[in-house]
Design a protein around this ligand. Sequence first.
Ligand code: 1GP
Length: 246
Amino acid sequence: MSVYKNILKAIGKGERLFAVLIDPDKFAFGNAESFIKKVNVSMATHIFVGGSTVDEYTTEALVGEIKKYTDLPIIIFPGDVYQITEKADALLFLSLLSGRNPEYLIGKHVEAVSKLRHMNLEVIPTGYILIESGVKTAVSEVTNTEGISRSNIQTIIDTAKAGELLGMKLMYLEAGSGAKLPLTKEIVKAVKNELSIPLIIGGGIKTKAQVENAYGAGANIVVVGTAFEEDESFFEELKDNYENIS
Ligand code: 1GP
């Protein structure tokens, strides 16, 4: 069964999905085995691999290394075309809906097709919405776009809905990697109310309470990267009493 169908099936059963994001630029290859073993016994259901400033070929090599140690689906979360690799199980084909830079709305996608047509890689059309977080994030710098203001909730909602109407299969609301604060419950709830496609929430989530808040507000998939990069004991923190979360 495809990665996307499995996501829908799990959500249909009321499951909460959790992705550990690995940024090849910040990850030591030598640490792959021990890190992925922790991922395997955590609440993680997916592994995302990608970053804004990764060197060419690094992603492919890292996905190959991760695959040695896990059966979890590995999904490419690309910052650029060269991060696309057939070694992964699926690709988030991201369109940066919050920005007005044509390269990240459609340009990179056209460029990607010459690779994708020769690959047996599941492609999941995904709307990607950056919300401002008070600091300049890597996504913002690389794409030369600003996030939508947190106070402009109607624009955030309308942007997400427009993506769904365009046929996107997932919607990713992003505070930006390493954001000081994650997205508010108010924003997540408001967007969730408008969408029928699964909602991914990421950026700045560093505590168990913030993970719970995101699910409580309607997130289907929560993504955490930086918190694990900074301190792998976060895996333990998430495990403790996780069963008690309603
Ligand atoms: C970044 O949403 C992801 O694109 C995860 O963000 O690194 O802040 O967890 P963090």
